[in-house]
Design a protein around this ligand. Structure first.
Ligand SMILES: [Zn+2]
Length: 399
């Protein structure tokens, strides 16, 4: 297959670089771990791609030392070329299992073939081929940036496997966002039993974001045991760079609240809010159709929307105490989710503990926290009834 190649401008080096779907493929051990990086899933976020291009060039001479395999891929190539988030559809919102199945079989009407369908077919074709031919475990790191100025951070599903990986990266970790985002690639591969996380390196097009992504790539290579720490040039420098960029914040946060924006509504954030900034209850945060939006609770503001596009106005997050992280680890280790069915308002669906049906009118005050703690995620909500699904792979992947 002839690969499409685009030209991106590396604004840190001040020169043009050629980028294809496969930015690099560096293999050291067919039975070792497989680390897959994706950059530019959103076309207006080129810094991850630029960082991958740079680090892979430095990694190539170290190939004989690799104990695993590295695949650096670009996401939405055509959108990257134009510098836009997407062409027709957000490529990071199309990964429900039946859509991946269709991409595999190329099962489309001619009228359905839009740019992102072609990108998905090619991207998944590449990953699927790897997964069928590599024995080792898979780790996915998806590199993004934000419209708002921010310290670097990780978002991920709260599995014990993901926690183990993220613990070694010195940036804040936000869990539970997949309950709000529609079908990102990372949720899909997480459900296949892979370790997966998104790394938000800073603001779009900020040279500092390139640097943060570079540090994250090196740390991921070591954390996934693809290369030993001592073999990595300037490991400590990269580690400290990320730690300083994150201002020493290596806490875990959960999302408590999301401000929705309907398509017909006009949303305007009050200027000056930064990511992870503390807010008080009843503080004025935004205007929705000209009406004041007050904070329903105290916490930290997360991803305030200062661009035109989007239906998430802002999130409110709260730190999870280490104590509760420990408790949930033990609860899951002991499979204590089996006692959930004895809580008022909670019952298993068709007698399986895999899916819980929660009547939030009865279990209003504790349901979400307890189910999240036990490794469930909210899947569907209709009126007072909410469905929670337990993640299949928590401590380890299949096989
Ligand atoms: Zn993004």
């Amino acid at each position: 297959m002839k690969q499409k190649t685009i030209t991106l401008f590396d604004f840190v080096e001040g020169k043009s670089v050629q980028i294809s779907r496969e930015i690099a493929r560096i293999e050291g051990d067919p039975n070792g771990p497989n680390l897959v990086f994706i950059g530019g899933m959103h076309g207006n976020e080129p810094t991850g791609v630029l960082a991958l291009h740079r680090v892979m060039n430095e990694l190539k001479p170290l190939q004989p030392l690799l104990k695993g395999n590295v695949y650096a891929l670009s996401g939405n190539l055509n959108a990257l070329e134009r510098g836009e988030r997407f062409i027709v559809k957000d490529l990071n919102r199309v990964w429900q299992p039946d859509m991946v199945e269709r991409a595999k079989k190329r099962d489309y009407q001619p009228s359905e073939i839009i740019n992102e369908v072609e990108e998905q077919i090619e991207l998944w074709g590449y990953i699927d081929e790897l997964m069928n031919n590599r024995k080792g475990k898979f780790i996915f790191v998806d590199l993004h940036t934000t419209s708002v100025k921010s310290v670097p951070f990780i978002t991920m599903s709260d599995t014990i496997m993901n926690r183990g990986f993220a613990r070694r990266i010195p940036v804040p970790v936000v869990i539970g966002i997949e309950e709000y985002l529609q079908e990102p690639l990372l949720s899909y591969v997480n459900d296949l039993g892979c370790i997966s996380m998104a790394f938000e390196g800073g603001q779009h097009n900020d040279p500092e974001s390139v640097r943060n992504h570079e540090a994250m790539i090196w740390l991921s290579l070591v954390t996934s045991k693809v290369i030993k720490k001592i073999e990595v040039p300037k490991f400590r420098k990269n580690y400290h760079h990320l730690m300083h960029s994150a201002e020493g914040n290596h806490k875990v946060f959960a999302i408590n609240y999301r401000q929705n924006i309907e398509p017909h509504e006009t949303f305007e954030m009050i200027p000056g809010f930064g990511n992870f900034q503390s807010i008080k209850a009843n503080q004025l945060l935004a205007k929705l159709d000209g009406q004041p939006v007050l904070s329903p609770q105290k916490g930290l503001i997360f991803m305030p929307l200062y661009q035109k596009l989007g239906n998430d106005g802002f999130f409110i997050i709260e730190k999870i105490a280490k104590f509760w992280l420990g408790v949930s680890f033990i609860f899951r280790k002991l499979s204590l989710y089996r006692i959930l069915r004895f809580l008022p308002g909670v019952k298993p669906f068709m007698e399986t503990d895999h899916i819980m049906v929660v009547n939030t009118a009865i279990a209003k005050w504790y349901s979400k926290e307890i189910l999240n703690l036990m490794g469930y995620r909210r899947k569907k909500k209709k009126g007072d009834i909410t469905l929670y699904i337990r993640r299949k792979y928590d401590f380890k992947g299949p096989g």
